[in-house]
Design a protein around this ligand. Sequence first.
Ligand SMILES: Nc1ncnc2c1ncn2[C@@H]1O[C@H](COP(=O)(O)OP(=O)(O)OP(=O)(O)O)[C@@H](O)[C@H]1O
Ligand SMILES: [Mg+2]
Length: 675
Amino acid sequence: MLDTLNSPQREAVKYLDGPLLVLAGAGSGKTRVITQKIVYLIEKCGYLPKEIAAITFTNKAAREMQERVGKMLESKSTKGLTIATFHSLGLQMLRQEAALLGYKPQFSILDSSDSFKILADVLATTDKQLLRKTQWQISSWKNAFINPDQAKQLADEELTHAAAKVYQIYQQTLKAYQAVDFDDLIKLPVELFEQHPEALAKWQRKLKYLLIDEYQDTNACQYKLVKMLTGIEGRFTAVGDDDQAIYGWRGADVENLRQLTEDFSRLKVIKLEQNYRSTVRILRAANQVIANNPKLFEKKLWSDLGTGDLIQVSAARDEEHEAEAVVMKLMAHKFEHRTKHLDYAILYRGNYQARVIEQQLRNHKVPYTVSGGQSFFDKAEIKDLVSYLRLIANEDDDPAFIRAATTPKKGIGNTTLERLGEYASLHKISLFAAAFEGEFQRELGNRQLEDLLNFCQYINKIQERAERDPAGEVLTDLLNTIQYEVFLYDSEEPRAAETKWKNVLDFTGWLTKKGEGDDANEERNLLQLTQMISLMSMLEGRENGEPDAVKLSTLHAAKGLEFGHVFLIGVEEGILPHRESVEADKLKPGKIEEERRLMYVGITRAQKSLNISWCKKRKRAGETEICEPSRFLAELPQDDVRHFGGPAADPATSKEHGKERMAQIRAMLGNQNKG
Ligand SMILES: Nc1ncnc2c1ncn2[C@@H]1O[C@H](COP(=O)(O)OP(=O)(O)OP(=O)(O)O)[C@@H](O)[C@H]1O
Ligand SMILES: [Mg+2]
């Protein structure tokens, strides 16, 4: 079983004498160590799957690992094994211990747009920038495990002080709604364990071993959780690469890596040095770029996968031209090498950069998937339905109440809702509860009251059904009752309505399947499904099999993945490194280093070939701007690079080569179309 590992990897898998940190560069098999170690613990050391938890950075990574472990565990089942993100692990704990924190188990999980709306109410403003800032500030406090009182004491300027006050009211509001936000999924379990040692002891007994991937991107709160769960014995394996820490902006702190060595004196550190992913040239490029950052830890990385192709760096006239060139090159490469679409990834710094590429791919009928973009669960029609589910699970979920009560319209107008809101906040109860108060009911006209009560009673009725009937069935019934399809066709163009209705059916089908449970999971009722959906929507969308499609992804979302051939686009000053980071770095150095790590992550996704491009001009807010190539391009090992069309390119050969290449590509594509 351990035959497919090299010797330090094998050592890491077998090491169980204390806390272990595997510290190594990209593509060195860190994730593979985690997967193998889970199997090893179960097959060779007698651990039960339910005693092990592995933490990955995304839901998708969790699913992949679950699948791989399932295949490797020949005879045994993975039932009970937790492979999840920090957030889903936190949810699992909260769900079981909700009562200790004064929550009911059906608490709702608010997404960022819900919490944005709550903040808008609390602050009584529509100033988006102020709201975003406040939201960010509150999130940062939560990630650093700072509560509202501490925030008030820490606040050193008027603005942060105001934010601290808002933080307090915001927290009270969430509690009143029986809701938690994304950050609470980590912060509340830590609070719980601090206040209730018996609950902690229970979870420590339950989870006997913890494995954590992408450790460099944990934040203070997550680190606290790890420390608590693994106790003084430190029964964990963490793997990470300080050079790939790219979530500093979200409160992650590489210092946690160093902290680990301080907090656990018995910590064993294993380094992996062989890269199994990339060619020598790609690896040399990655190493040389990252060498410009100060080092936390000394690391070496080598590969025996051959020298490989030169790295291509192309300058484009503008973003349209860049997109066209990338797609043409990709198609020609695919034709020439008989590869599949899924061997290719196009990576970029910001989501907005995908648009032009998508257009070109569509023009050429190249299948593609976009990750890190708008998720399925962010679509209005899905959010409509989910609001009903949330309300059924937790009638005190006010944001869900408002959405469900008004979509489709059912006679509950703004005046009714405003009065309801006033009454509810005066009496510190939820909107749903307020609707049943005699004192409030007397304020409304007969007709208004009837419409409101009809709705609330219907929710009550369906709550009962939700407890006994399959989730998909309940939802189908609900769709009929609220006449959602009619509503779509009334409010949308026929084609848009059709697409949306299809999404709805997709969703109910998926929900039904989920409710039945798959191999690894037990059956889930509507309540559990609802919480799961809320969480998935915030992370990254729906699970689906890996279709044969070109992958479009932000650099952040590409972490941990690998592709045969990578196109890294928009490598310009202002984009990578990002303009804001360049500015911030002037005030407090460090931001450029995080951008460089992003570049490193991008380069190291590639196995066989790497194409980098940048634009000489680009439209920004309607104006055409002259762009400079990214400083990171100058850091590449020039012997491994071939330039096209830029200042560093040899003008004569480059132009000739460009023309020649384009002609070749056209000819090939012509043949392909004929064939
Ligand atoms: N001992 C090995 N023999 C052969 N292939 C290996 C070995 N170890 C890892 N690999 C392969 O190398 C590739 C990179 O491994 P993996 O994704 O685990 O690296 P990683 O260190 O987690 O990378 P990243 O830092 O990007 O997350 C994978 O395709 C993996 O299957
Ligand atoms: Mg990995």
